[in-house]
Design a binder for this molecule. Structure first.
Ligand code: ZN
Length: 65
């Protein structure tokens, strides 16, 4: 359960940090949770990088394509 709690906290923190208006388009940015898989060429294994990307009209097309 500790993992779930930290995950929820991470989302809440990211959402708080990103709940701001974009100075360019004026939309409120909303966090999109993305996971990138990164291959380790030496081991042939994958690891995953989790990140939140703030989405607004400026970048939603390129991010969500
Ligand atoms: Zn914008």
């Amino acid at each position: 359960m500790a993992k779930d709690k930290s995950f929820a906290a991470k989302i809440a923190k990211a959402a708080g940090a990103m709940a701001s208006h974009c100075p360019v388009c004026g939309e409120i940015k909303s966090p999109l949770f993305v996971v990138d898989s990164i291959k380790n060429e030496e081991k042939g294994s994958y690891k995953y990088k989790e990140a939140f990307i703030p989405i607004c009209k400026c970048n939603q097309n390129e991010v969500m394509s």
